[in-house]
Design a protein around this ligand. Structure first.
Ligand code: CTP
Length: 401
């Protein structure tokens, strides 16, 4: 793949050479471009060294032989990756201004464009910036969501707006530029916690962030699948290009998954479904009363167990959180719930905690075969799940012959 990586003017431009090196290392042909402002944050020389060639900036726009770089590079490239992308770069492209190297490359017809925004949280959430993002997505550009983390500008603290690390960007690009090996497949994913009300103002739930399930849904989308995501209450926004259904209770999650189950090829049940619900939901807020309270709870429906008898072509994947006897307990769950495999993790271990960006999982089959993976990003775990589902389909096809 021929990739132009273009930096606009943000502190994160420091990371652009590292992204170039990663993409070159993954076998892509790379070139670097930079706006005037980007060159306040990263030197032209470090971009040139990382790309292994001349940098396209304002000074190198027109060559003495008459070549116009925005035109020749737009023809050369398969994809333009703008990293970091400032609010200004998004705006310039959304209005086809073409007075900087990035919007000029886009208007000149670069076939695919991927944006990696990096800016202050308030700027990212501003309706005008979001309007520009919608405009760009509407013409087929891919705009990544910024990461949540430490922001560079003085006094800004943490928030959404940080540029994802080059490793994470490279992984997204691999998904985008890589094989569309799930084209034609239907994938159904559950994510997040469920919330079981006790009365109008109280509920039982757990700290699941939904990140694992969202990562699976996005990875499947990027590999060409048609994806439905059923999620409990989480703070994550609906991912672009994914039919997202929001539910609260386990019963609602069961109903939503059941409606899609039969037509699905792969079901990934990553939701942390509450096991218990109130025997009776009080219609009015209960006053706190004395020093002790007894709650009567009844089981929520077991979603995987309920759907298991309807399993036909579906590959079904579950998750098991254990604190002890992990493999035996996970394999037992996989057998009881008729899963093709289950991902075991230990929420008490570092790197697997609720809400993190990473996960450390062990794949366990119903027969007790075990494959322990190192700690990796949830997106990388998601790709592993999809690879394994493809492996199962391939071996089924072999046996059918
Ligand atoms: N699950 C489900 N319906 C429920 C509860 C869990 O479908 N009511 C799914 C989860 O999404 C997960 C798998 O089942 O994929 C986890 O199995 P489960 O036996 O519920 O795990 P634990 O809650 O850890 O079970 P236990 O408390 O029995 O160890």
């Amino acid at each position: 793949m021929r990739v132009i990586v273009a930096a606009s003017g943000g502190v994160a431009a420091l990371k652009t050479p590292s992204l170039l090196r990663r993409l070159a290392g993954a076998g892509h042909e790379v070139r670097a471009a930079a706006t005037d402002d980007a060159l306040h944050f990263v030197t032209k020389l470090s971009l040139a060294v990382a790309a292994g060639g001349e940098v396209f900036d304002r000074a190198a726009w027109f060559r003495p032989d008459g070549e116009a770089r925005h035109l020749s590079w737009a023809r050369w490239a398969d994809v333009l990756v703008v990293a970091p992308a400032t609010a200004d770069a998004l705006s310039s492209a959304a209005t086809a201004r073409a007075d900087d190297v990035i919007s000029a490359l886009i208007v000149a017809g670069t076939p695919r464009v991927v944006w990696v925004p990096a800016m202050n949280t308030a700027m990212w959430h501003h309706p005008l910036v979001q309007e520009n993002v919608r405009t760009l997505r509407a013409v087929g550009h891919h705009v990544l969501e910024p990461a949540d983390g430490l922001l560079a500008a003085k006094g800004e603290g943490s928030g959404v707006g940080r540029m994802p690390e080059p490793e994470e960007i490279a992984l997204h690009l691999a998904g985008l530029l890589g094989p569309r090996d799930l084209a034609g497949r239907r994938v159904l994913v559950s994510a997040g916690p469920t919330r079981e009300p006790l009365d109008p103002v109280r509920y039982l739930s757990n700290p699941s962030s939904g990140k694992m399930g969202f990562a699976v849904a996005e990875a499947a989308r990027d590999r060409g699948a048609g994806v439905t995501l059923v999620t409990g209450p989480v703070t994550l926004a609906d991912p672009v290009g994914i039919a997202t259904v929001r539910v609260e209770r386990a019963e609602e999650m069961l109903a939503a998954l059941s409606a899609h189950f039969d037509a699905t090829d792969l079901v990934v049940m990553s939701a942390a479904v509450a096991d218990w619900q109130a025997a009776e939901i009080a219609s009015e807020k209960k006053a706190k009363g004395g020093e002790r309270q007894t709650l009567e709870l009844v089981r929520t429906p077991d979603i995987l167990l309920t759907l298991a008898p309807r399993k036909r072509q579906q590959v079904v994947v579950g998750f098991a959180m254990e604190t002890h006897q992990g493999v035996e307990r996970a394999a037992d769950k996989a057998r009881r719930k008729q899963l093709d495999f289950i991902l075991l993790n230990y929420p008490t271990r570092e790197g697997s905690a609720f809400g993190g960006d990473d996960n450390q999982v062990t794949f366990v089959t119903p027969e007790g075969r075990v494959d322990e993976l190192p700690r990796m990003s949830k997106r990388a775990v998601a790709e592993q799940i999809l690879d394994r589902a493809l492996g199962i389909w391939a071996s089924r096809a072999e046996h059918a012959e």
